[in-house]
Each structure stands twice: as C-alpha cells, then as structure tokens.
Ligand binder design. Structure first.
Ligand code: 9MR
Length: 327
C-alpha cells in the first residue's frame, strides 16, 4: 500500500464497502468536505435527508431536494448508497399527529410513505434500512407509534411494501446497542427469526456500532455477527463512531486517538474475519459529528478525519487493516 492510496481504493481491492453518513448542507457548500467524501469513501448513507420528517415538511408534500442531492452526488462519484430509514419512532414529520389517526389510517400513511420513498430510489440505492430501532434497550418491543397501531406486524408490512416497489434493493433491520451479544441483540435475533419464519423479505441486520458510553467486547461482536449470518442474513456495520467518557479517556488527544484507532482496527478485523463487507462511519469529520450536540460528557472527536480535514490514526488503522489483512 502506498501512502497516497485512498481509503476507498484499498477497500475496493478487498471488495469492501467503506462508507460515511452524509449531510446535505456541506455537500452544497463545503469543497473540502466533498473532496474527502468522494476520494475516501465508496459507500454513502444520508444522515438525515431520507428520513420521514425531512422528506415530508408539510402535509401532502414530499420534498426530495436534499435526498436527491445526497443520492445523486454518490452516484456521480461511483459510490453505493444505503438509504436510512423508512419506519422509525424519531424524526416523524412535525405536522403529523399520530393520535389524530386510526390504526387503519396509520397503516395507509406508512404504506404510502414506503411506496413513495423506496419506489423513487429503486434504481439508485443498494440498501434500505426499512425499520430502525424497533427494540427497546431491555429487549421488549419499543412502543412506538407504528407498534401501538399495528403491533409487531408493522415490520412485516414495511418490509413487504418496500419489496413490492424495490425488489432489487437489500432490505435491512437496523439498531444500536446490539453490537455484541446482549439482551437487546438477543431480542433482535428472535424478532428477525420470527420475521423469517413468516416469510418476510428481510436481507440483513445493521449493527450501528455507536461505541460511546460502553464498547462491546470484540469476541462478543464476532459471535453476534455469526449468529445473524447463520440465519442467512447479511450484516453491516452501519453507524460507527467512537467516543469516551471522562473516566475512560486517556487524557491527551494523541493517546485518545491511538486508543480510538485500536477500536476501529479491531472492528475492521472482526468484519474481515466474519465476512462482513461493509462498514459505515457516522459522519466525515469530527466537526460534522452529532455527538457534541447530544452528549456533553463524551469526547467530541469520534470520526476518521479531524475538523481540519486531516486523517486521524483511526483512518490509518482501517486502511492498514484492509491492505494487510490475512485470513
Ligand atoms: O445523526 C443524526 C442527527 O443529526 C439527528 O439529529 C438525530 C435525530 O434523532 O439522528 C441522528 O442519527 C441517528 C440515526 O438516524 C439512527 N441511529 C442513531 C443516530 C444518532 O442519534
């Protein structure tokens, strides 16, 4: 591997997809951001633009401006696209009040949404996160608006509707805090097994890998991936970022970035060991990350590039692992 090899080229050589979550705004205005995105990644997901709320600013109106910007930019630069997400409890449209609807109306609403969004992008996206975060941290089904109206069957319906309009797109269930074997991933395993038994067209499970307050054990991640794969499902790492609480933070930036790089390296190795060919980081540069806006107590530098657009040790760790890995 030459020093000037790009991450995406090293990934291509290994048939690996290395992705980033992308925001529409810097894609319009920030040349350095765009350059990093197109040079370093061969896979893209929209951080917010393909969610229900952003797509539907007013009743009766779909606005695809940002979503098209992300998807078309990716396509122009030979990047595969993961679309996120069709059914979720967060980021539903502000104008949409679920309590004004009967269960039947909610079902129609979700069907229309899935058909419209997944149908529009059927030839442009490779993967949809059809349902996001349907399981609560204690392993029970999350009591979100879709579940309360339709029960567990809302997942089946969302996947079937997506499959009707986008039969060639890979359809995923995606969740956080379920990266290793734990109560939540056990419940997700049972859930997707039930869906498979019911003949639901699900292709894979996304492990988000927000390694923040707690980090999963590496062996546990490997075991978790294996059991989903044994069900015949694909697995992707979909929203990777790494931050530390004060008590886990080595203190100075250099030590923190090395520790962070070790975790990125370990997960990359697990992916290669277990036949996972896709890893997406949740943002491009540290300054783009969602974490500082949400968690004051976490370190704010979770990604592969620093705020000055320079690669960090985590970037080198992934690149070296992809270049040098031997099974
Ligand atoms: O990064 C996203 C942030 O910009 C949004 O404000 C937030 C809204 O809940 O969603 C963030 O992305 C989330 C993703 O869609 C699902 N998994 C957790 C991500 C981080 O919260």
């Amino acid at each position: 591997m030459a020093d000037d090899d790009r991450l995406r080229d090293v990934a291509d050589d290994r048939d690996f997809q290395i992705g980033a979550a992308v925001a529409a705004q810097p894609l319009r205005t920030d040349a350095a951001y765009k350059k990093l995105l197109r040079n370093e990644f061969n896979y893209v997901t929209a951080e917010n633009a393909l969610k229900m709320g952003p797509l539907r600013p007013e009743e009766g109106v779909y606005d695809f401006t940002d979503a098209d910007a992300v998807v078309n930019y990716a396509r122009e630069h030979d990047q595969a696209v993961r679309a996120h997400t069709l059914a979720w409890h967060n980021q539903t449209p502000e104008w949409f009040q679920e309590w004004d609807h009967t269960p039947g109306q909610l079902e129609n609403f979700l069907r229309d949404h899935v058909h419209t969004a997944a149908g529009r992008y059927r030839s442009k996206v490779d993967t949809w996160d059809v349902v996001n975060e349907a399981v609560a941290d204690d392993g029970t089904m999350r009591e979100n608006l879709w579940y309360e109206a339709l029960g567990e069957e809302y997942l089946d319906k969302a996947f079937r509707w997506a499959n009707e309009v986008a039969p060639d797109t890979d359809l995923y269930y995606n969740d956080y805090g379920a990266d290793g074997v734990n109560v939540k991933s056990d419940a997700i395993y049972d859930l997707v097994e039930r869906m498979l038994d019911r003949g639901v067209p699900i292709d894979g499970v996304g492990l988000q890998m927000h390694a923040l307050h707690e980090k999963p054990g590496i062996d546990s991640v490997a075991e978790n991936i294996r059991r989903f794969k044994d069900l015949g499902l694909d697995v992707e790492i979909t929203e990777f970022d790494v931050a530390y609480l004060p008590e886990d933070d080595p203190g100075d930036q250099e030590a923190r970035w090395e520790k962070q790089a070790d975790f990125y390296r370990d997960i990359t190795e697990v992916c290669l060991d277990e036949g996972v060919d896709t890893m997406i980081v949740w943002g491009v540069r540290d300054s783009d990350s969602w974490i500082p806006g949400w968690f004051e107590n976490l370190t704010g530098d979770p990604l592969l590039f620093d705020s000055g657009n320079d690669p960090k040790p985590a970037y080198d760790a992934i690149k070296e692992t992809l270049a040098n890995y031997e099974a």
